[in-house]
Design a protein. Structure first.
Ligand code: PLP
Length: 429
């Protein structure tokens, strides 16, 4: 029995066998991960047992939720080895965390931000807006096919570069950047480093004190937590320099009809009544991940990725994106198929093999646009996936390629998909 058979699979209600005898093969965790029962339970418990609002009323429901809300903050701080829960700001998602930094910094016209050419729209569009509205300039670091060139980074830092904003792990091809080394170069230059940790924090041990990043953005829904919760992690002093995105209830110490005094971070950034159930669910997700261990998760991702990579290595029509070694892109197997539209491939895999993957441009439109590419298919792995899942993907892609000749018009896969799927034996887990 493998790691996930023993440890986690049964904890995820979404992976249960369905009435028709099928078991979902969920390979889309880079988009959104599945949620274990422990997280569902924590959220339900809030609404069922102490549905109060934190930090306002003094009754027992409010006391309970206040205590647990702050406990989740401590867990987030421990999860990233930040060393100070006051540096955790709960927000709606990672996009909001990136925006809090981007819109909260005191920019001057002509200040520059450096990003890579492989950023999610969440780490691109906000800079374009700031360029239009506040006169900042955007520089773009063209990443090599694999690896990272620190000299290239040094060469692109200008005197007026104030911020470098990069992904930690790419949602496009699964590669990770050497954040510790990057932080050193950026700080030597006198700039700050913002890291989009959405795809890294769920899979890798992240130690922010060791990495020395200035701001780190995370979303709960990619790490077994609920949707609608993300957080920004930063040293407390760093947060004090940001202007809140929103103001209102919970953000102030006092107000008169003409003035107010903001609370210290992180509360000044958490305007209005919060998503308590979601934040408590996030804490439960972190505890759950802690029981598995992210070292274990990385090793597990690697093994599954290697299995798929081996299984499809002899298919000349399969083109894998990113680093050639699966160990360098553990959680993501992104691929294009000669002669098959990515959306058709995704539909075929789902309909015929119950394999759920993502297709398209993965919110990194700029990268595809620059290369004249239409998009591709992305399978992503997590702790609950099994070797059987990896094999289902390999079998599905192999069958698709057999059914759709390379020269066929791209719509053939869609028609093929409509044909009844080959009867398959019930899968054992
Ligand atoms: C690398 C990366 N950055 C940012 C985001 C946006 O995250 P959220 O939806 O939590 O704002 C995603 C989500 O897919 C992502 O993969």
């Amino acid at each position: 029995m493998s790691f996930s058979d023993v440890i986690v699979r049964r904890d995820f209600p979404a992976l249960r066998e369905r009435s028709e005898g099928t078991v979902p093969v969920y390979l889309d965790s880079a988009c959104m991960s599945l949620v274990p029962q422990a997280v569902l339970g924590a959220m339900e418990e809030y609404y069922r047992d102490f549905p109060g609002c934190a930090g306002r009323s003094l009754h027992r429901f409010a006391e309970e939720v206040s205590h647990r809300y702050e406990r989740s903050r401590e867990l987030c701080s421990e999860f990233l080895s930040l060393g100070d829960p006051r540096g955790i700001v709960f927000l709606r998602n990672a996009t909001e965390a990136l925006n809090l930094v981007g819109q909260g910094l005191p920019w001057k016209r002509g200040d520059r931000v450096l990003i890579s050419d492989q950023e999610h729209n969440s780490n691109l569009v906000l800079w374009q807006r700031l360029a239009a509205e506040r006169g900042i300039r955007i520089d773009v670091l063209a990443l090599p096919e694999s690896g990272f060139d620190l000299e290239q980074l040094r060469g692109q830092l200008h005197r007026s570069t104030r911020l470098v904003s990069l992904f930690h792990t790419s949602n496009l091809d699964g590669r990770s950047l050497p954040i510790r080394e990057i932080a050193e170069v950026v700080h030597d230059h006198g700039a700050q480093l913002l890291v989009d940790g959405c795809q890294a924090a769920p899979h890798l041990p992240v130690d922010l004190r060791e990495l020395r990043v200035d701001y780190y953005a995370v979303s709960a829904h990619k790490m077994m937590g609920p949707t609608g919760v993300g957080f920004l992690a930063a040293p407390f002093e760093q947060l004090s320099g940001l202007r809140p995105l929103l103001t209102g209830g919970e953000t102030v110490e006092w107000s008169t009809l003409t003035q107010h005094a903001l609370r210290p971070p992180p509360h000044r950034f958490e305007a209005g009544l919060q998503n308590y159930a979601g934040v408590l669910g996030t804490g439960a997700a972190i505890e759950y991940l802690g029981r598995i261990g992210r070292d274990q998760i990385t090793a597990h991702d690697r093994a599954l990725n290697a299995r798929v990579s081996r299984g499809l290595a002899d298919q000349p029509r399969v083109h894998v994106l990113g680093p050639s070694a699966p160990a360098d892109r553990p959680s993501v197997y992104a691929f294009a198929l000669d002669g098959v539209d990515p959306a058709d491939a995704a539909l075929f895999l789902d309909a015929g093999h119950h394999v759920m993957v993502r297709s398209g441009r993965h919110c990194v439109h700029s990268w595809y646009e620059a290369r004249g590419l239409e998009g591709n298919v992305r399978a992503s792995f997590y702790a609950y996936n099994t070797e059987a899942d990896a094999d289902a993907l390999v079998n599905g892609v192999t069958e698709l390629l057999e059914r759709v000749p390379e020269s066929a018009p791209k719509t053939t896969a869609r028609r093929t998909m409509a044909a009844p799927a080959r009867a398959r034996p019930k899968r054992k887990r």
